[in-house]
Design a protein around this ligand. Structure first.
Ligand SMILES: [Zn+2]
Ligand SMILES: [Zn+2]
Ligand SMILES: [Zn+2]
Length: 366
């Protein structure tokens, strides 16, 4: 039987560039940059920097000094942690004696800047008589109303720019609607895979697949020698138009105030804290009155950084800043005449320790 299974060269995935080359396209007022060497980007300066609008955020101080976790909770979390590890004995967690619990609560500041950027490019679709919106002045890219799908979520969308449509002959097939079959090179026949084109099998029988001719009908084009043009879907004509592409992106800046306690702060990425502040506006102003000045500094630099980064390259639609208090307790305990340390962190009471005293040997192999 025929074992040849080449991939069909006519089904090479289209790279998406179905529009004719930009230098074949008309110049649309306001979209001159879509030419062959056009810089296809829109810069919008939309920065509100009126410091008078700066809002002072007030904080209540009592939430800022949460004590260390209670001993029972710390031990409960530790026992749970030990039993979740396959080779840890829970003995130390059950028998330990507390020597000290220190509160190392820390703050997490987060700034989210939700931006929209717009780019344009020529695009096309097969023309089969649909309405051609080619008259009138094309609106400028930023004056085209496009509803925002949802705030603070990445998303992409594209729309057609009104009044930019035009009908063109298909550049891929030179208006024929069909292109040459690349498997049989227009002949409609390919070499028989069963007999490798010899017409006879290895036992010197006449090949039944090709009746001895060595050639079979090309299965890519059905023997016709050409295939329907993929660009115009056989129409020979294209409806070309300018496509406006919107990209919505939520840009994040997170700062955790590290207390230098030896706790790896990257563990806090997955952890929930207690929300102390949520401030949302078209443009937020740096927090200035938080009792811990390093949070104010983190806010100041994040807001400044995002303004510098985004205000001139895209449009800032919304900003949100939050401050969370993340509970961390460092627990010192004694077991088997030695002292050890572990941390309980997050409202989930997760545990982190470097030196659990009773692991069996297989853990060190793993
Ligand atoms: Zn063919
Ligand atoms: Zn054959
Ligand atoms: Zn075509």
């Amino acid at each position: 039987m025929c074992a040849v299974n080449h991939s069909d060269p006519n089904t090479v995935p289209n790279d998406g560039a179905t529009a004719p080359p930009a230098d074949l396209m008309p110049v649309v007022p306001g979209y001159e940059s879509l030419g062959p060497n056009g810089e296809n980007r829109f810069c919008v300066v939309d920065l509100v920097s009126d410091q008078k609008l700066r809002t002072q955020l007030k904080f209540t101080c009592h939430v800022l000094s949460i004590p260390a976790i209670a001993e029972e909770l710390a031990q409960e979390a530790f026992i749970k942690y030990a039993s979740s590890k396959c080779c840890y004995s829970s003995k130390p967690a059950k028998e330990m004696v507390f020597t000290d619990l220190q509160s190392l609560n820390t703050y997490r500041y987060r700034l989210e800047t939700f931006t929209e950027s717009r780019t344009t490019e020529w695009d096309s679709e097969p023309y089969n008589g649909q309405v051609v919106d080619g008259f009138g002045v094309a609106p400028a890219p930023w004056s085209i109303p496009v509803p925002i799908p949802s705030l603070f979520q990445d998303c992409k969308k594209s729309v057609r720019v009104p009044h930019t449509s035009t009908v063109k002959g298909c550049h891929s097939c030179l208006n024929l609607g069909r292109s040459a079959c690349s498997r049989c090179v227009n002949s409609g026949r390919t070499r028989c895979g069963s007999c490798s084109g010899m017409g006879r099998t290895s036992s010197d029988q006449r090949c039944i697949m090709c009746q001895g001719s060595g050639m079979i009908r090309c299965h890519s084009c059905g023997g016709v020698g050409s295939i329907t043009c993929k660009t115009c879907k056989g129409q020979g004509k294209l409806l070309c138009f300018i496509k406006l592409k919107m990209t919505w992106k939520n840009n994040m800046n997170v700062a955790v105030i590290d207390k230098g306690s030896g706790f790896p702060v990257e563990l806090l990425d997955q952890i929930t804290g207690e929300r102390l502040l949520t401030d949302m506006a078209a443009v937020v102003y740096p927090v200035v009155s938080f009792p811990d000045s390093s949070v104010n500094a983190a806010s100041e630099s994040a807001v400044r950084e995002h303004q510098a980064q985004f205000a001139t390259t895209c449009r800032i639609l919304q900003q949100r800043q939050t401050i969370e208090l993340i509970p961390i307790t460092r627990v010192h305990y004694a077991w088997n005449e030695k002292t050890h340390i572990y941390f309980v962190y997050g409202t989930e009471h997760k545990v982190y320790t470097k030196d659990y005293p009773a692991k069996c040997c297989c853990c060190s192999i793993l």
